[in-house]
Ligand binder design. Structure first.
Ligand code: FVH
Length: 298
């Protein structure tokens, strides 16, 4: 079905789509490209990509069609009219979306005899094709295996499961972790800036090593969430952390720095304490977030 040297079509040449097409070219493949704004294909054409004049021509050029556009609505608008031409080919949709959107796209593909893998890109455009990049895929295992070599041009391929929504779910979970970290980072740097410390020096010398050390504890906390037991292996009691959190709040207020990013966390910790879990570990707040007990995707 796939490889050796399966031609690839890339639809969507924004920052990410252009990086994907470039990585396939670097792998030595025949790459056909299409983008709504045709001029975005110029640089790739100069590197040897074939320009398609229409989406229909683009999908007809390759058995493997990678699509990376703004959102799933655009995917529907662009691929919907060419479902006939896509029959018998494989679409790898690397457009960010929700698990439900991925399942809907997979059902549409199935109805039209199109192979479908949904994906989540865990890299920024300059990282595509570098060792740090990985991409999550979900859908039929045999399609993933058939196109694994081609897809490895983009970053380490990670199979997330047969449920078409699995890659999107894991992608959004990883982005959730990233935004949690970035929220803490901007809050911390606003606090040090308010006191006249340089954010760059502070980040380099102190914040990055601190976050690295704390990241090492994540598997331990994940184990507590998996077991639902926050009384074993307690690292720092919640009651102690709640007192520290109050100091964090007061220091921000004294410095004139907004606490709006921190406020929801304070509320959750207070609820967990009020329910009598002060001697347990911090990850117990997960019990207040709901969604426990699901086994989908395991
Ligand atoms: N860039 C990043 O850091 C992240 C990394 C993780 C994955 N995301 C997702 O990748 C999808 C594309 O992101 P992008 O960075 O390429 O985004 P843009 O540069 O804004 O390009 C958008 C492309 O979508 C095309 N497009 C938009 N609307 C339409 C439409 N109505 N019809 C046809 N095409 C459309 C747009 O075309 P044009 O404006 O150049 O004509 C671009 O090709 C995205 O899901 C990220 O979440 C990137």
């Amino acid at each position: 079905m796939g490889d050796n040297r399966t031609p690839v079509t890339v639809i969507g040449l924004g920052d990410m789509g252009a990086a994907l097409a470039g990585a396939f070219l670097a792998q030595g493949r025949q790459v056909t490209v299409w983008n709504r704004t045709a001029a975005k294909a110029d640089a790739l054409a100069a590197r040897g990509a074939l320009r398609a004049g229409t989406v229909g021509d683009a999908v007809a050029a390759s058995p493997l069609v990678v699509v990376c556009v703004l959102d799933h609505g655009v995917v529907e608008d662009v691929l919907g009219p060419v479902s006939g031409a896509l029959a018998g080919r494989t679409v790898v949709n690397l457009t960010n979306g929700t698990p439900e959107q991925a399942r809907k796209a997979a059902a549409w593909a199935d109805e039209h005899g199109i192979g479908y893998l949904d994906g989540g890109i865990m890299a920024v455009p300059p990282g595509i094709g570098t060792p740090g990049a990985f991409i999550l895929y979900s859908g039929p295992r045999e399609l993933f295996d058939a196109h694994r070599e081609a897809l490895s041009a983009l970053g380490r391929p990670e199979y997330a499961g047969t449920d078409p929504g699995a890659a999107a779910l894991q992608d959004l979970a990883l982005l959730t972790g990233m935004y949690g970290m970035l929220s803490g980072v901007v809050q911390a740097l606003a606090l040090v800036r308010s006191a006249g410390f340089g954010p760059v020096d502070f980040a380099t010398a102190k914040l990055v090593p601190w976050l690295g050390a704390m990241a090492a504890a994540v598997p331990h906390y994940a184990g507590q969430i998996e077991s639902g037991d926050y009384t074993q292996g307690v690292v720092s009691r919640l009651a102690m952390q709640a007192a520290g959190l109050e100091n964090i709040f007061r220091a921000h207020e004294d410095q004139g720095v907004s606490t709006e990013l921190l406020a929801p966390l304070r509320a959750l910790v207070a609820r967990r304490l009020a329910e009598g879990h002060g001697a347990e570990d911090f990850p117990g707040v997960a019990e207040l977030l709901g969604g426990g007990g699901a086994t989908a995707g395991r």
